[in-house]
Ligand binder design. Structure first.
Ligand SMILES: *[C@@H]1O[C@H](CO)[C@@H](O)[C@H](O)[C@H]1NC(C)=O
Ligand SMILES: [Zn+2]
Length: 187
C-alpha cells in the first residue's frame, strides 16, 4: 500500500489548499480574474488605482457623486451589478453613497485597519476589485452607507438597452440645464 488512492490524494490536496489559503491572507482567489496588463490598458489610471491598488478618488471629483439618473451601477472591472439608483442618496461625503446592494453576495466585506482607523473595506465578490468602504451611519431602512468610488463603477441607464449608443455627453453639466433632446423617457 505505498501508492496513495485517489481519495487520499484528494484529501491531502484539499488539506494543503486549506492550509495555503489560510496562511496567505492577503491574496484571495476570486471567481473572475483579469490580468493587470489588460486592466492597465482598459481602465483609466484612476480606475486602475482605485480598483487594483485600493486607491481613493478625490472627494466631490468622481463622475457619479452627483449622478441622479435611473439605472444600475456595476463593477467597472467585471460588470457585476452592484447598486441600484433607487438606493443612492446624498451623503454629503463627496463620494457616491448607497444604502443597499443589488444582492447581498455581490460584495465582500473585510476589516481594514489602514490609516489608524477601523473601517470595513468593500470589494467586488466576482473579481475582487476594491470599491470603497461600508459605514453604519446610513439612512433607513438598512442604516448602511456604502461609500463607493465613482472610479470603480460603471453605469447602465434604465431606459437604454445596454452599453453602446451612449456617448456619455456633458457629464459636468448638471440636470436642469437639460431639455435638449426632449423625448428621453418615452418611446
Ligand atoms: C480588495 O482590493 C484591494 C485592491 O485590489 C486589495 O488590496 C485587497 O486585498 C482586496 N481585499 C480582499 C479581501 O481581498
Ligand atoms: Zn468586479
Amino acid at each position: 500500500m505505498s501508492r496513495l488512492s485517489v481519495s487520499e490524494l484528494t484529501i491531502s490536496v484539499t488539506l494543503s489548499l486549506i492550509l495555503f489559503t489560510g496562511t496567505c491572507r492577503t491574496k484571495k482567489t476570486w471567481p473572475r480574474t483579469f490580468s493587470q496588463e489588460e486592466l492597465k490598458k482598459r481602465l483609466s489610471p484612476i480606475q486602475f488605482h482605485v480598483t487594483q491598488e485600493r486607491g481613493t478618488e478625490s472627494a466631490f471629483r468622481g463622475e457619479y457623486t452627483d449622478h441622479k439618473e435611473e439605472g444600475t451601477y456595476s463593477c467597472v472591472v467585471c460588470g457585476a451589478p452592484l447598486f441600484r439608483s433607487e438606493t443612492k442618496f446624498d451623503s454629503g461625503s463627496g463620494w457616491p453613497s448607497f444604502y443597499d446592494l443589488v444582492k447581498e453576495e455581490s460584495v465582500t466585506a473585510t476589516d481594514d485597519f489602514s490609516y489608524g482607523m477601523h473601517r470595513v473595506e468593500i470589494n467586488c465578490s466576482q473579481c475582487g476589485s476594491h470599491l470603497g468602504h461600508l459605514f453604519d451611519d446610513g439612512p433607513k431602512p438598512t442604516g448602511k452607507r456604502y461609500c463607493i468610488n465613482s472610479a470603480s463603477l460603471g453605469f447602465q441607464p434604465k431606459d437604454a438597452p445596454s452599453a453602446s449608443s451612449h456617448p456619455s455627453s456633458g457629464e459636468g453639466a448638471e440636470a436642469g440645464a437639460g431639455g435638449s433632446s426632449g423625448g428621453k423617457i418615452e418611446l
